[in-house]
Design a protein around this ligand. Structure first.
Ligand code: TYD
Length: 233
């Protein structure tokens, strides 16, 4: 009776955190038991690793060290939170997962996508999302969103990754879309330049299908859920 595992991926400023939250809210409104979590982070040790690796005061961190810190945070996340939640039949929505490392460290930091994917197979014990939603946005739009976010009241300055030049963000975008193209059945790629409610509706359409299939396989108890209707919109 394993739960369904959904990851949101995309560059900085792609709007994936908003979409992850909208999906978690919708699942919750449908009466499903949801864990919404994020990387780096998701556990006490993971949150500490997050501030360590993203703090601009710590630049530069060597690329291999950086990849290992993200993988360590992920390993804790899988073993302490994601795995147990799935075992308990909960639906897990994570804001970033392995593909972020493959894109940022594998492509952005030039460690090689295969090397970083291999490291993460070990770190996660081979746990893959049932669906990855990739919010694909052109680098100019994403840079504009990051700048707006930094200037908003209470906004923070760019973290270590966000401060990287445009080329870095371009290589990341390509790495994400390459990964999705290699396994189209496990991905939903959306043009993140579109309005948030439109994107959320498309995400829901795909997730509802996934939940129905899981229920058909005996993976979930969906009795009484309104998967096509208006509930929770
Ligand atoms: P995120 O939480 O999405 O940033 P924000 O809170 O600003 O939206 O991610 C933090 C940064 O860490 C982001 O620039 C991407 C980077 N990152 C990696 O480089 N590798 C990884 O494996 C992960 C999970 C994130």
């Amino acid at each position: 009776m394993r739960g369904v595992f959904i990851a949101f991926e995309g560059g900085d400023g792609s709007g994936k955190s908003t979409q992850a939250r909208l999906l978690a809210d919708r699942l919750d409104a449908e009466g499903l038991d949801v864990l919404l979590t994020r990387e780096p982070g998701g556990t006490d040790v993971g949150e500490r690793l997050r501030s360590l690796v993203l703090d601009p005061a710590h630049a530069p961190i060597d690329a291999v060290t950086e990849a290992l810190i993200f993988a360590a945070s992920r390993s804790a996340h899988v073993r302490q939170r994601i795995g147990p939640a799935l075992e308990a039949g909960r639906t897990v929505v994570t804001d970033r997962y392995v593909d972020s490392s493959v894109a940022y460290q594998g492509a952005g930091r030039n460690l090689g996508p295969d090397t970083v994917a291999g490291l993460n197979e070990w770190a996660t014990g081979g746990l893959h999302p049932d669906l990855t939603v990739l919010l694909d946005v052109d680098t100019t739009t994403a840079a504009g969103r990051r700048a707006a976010r930094a200037q908003a009241p209470g906004g923070t300055g760019p973290d270590r990754m966000e401060s990287e030049p445009e080329d870095f963000h371009r290589s990341i975008r390509t790495a994400f879309t390459d990964r999705a193209a290699a396994h189209p059945e496990r991905y939903l790629v959306l043009d993140a330049g579109r309005a948030a409610p439109e994107l959320a509706a498309e995400v829901w359409g795909r997730v509802a299908g996934l939940l129905e299939r899981a229920a058909g396989l005996g993976g979930l108890d969906l009795d009484g859920l309104d998967l096509d209707g208006e509930a929770g919109r």
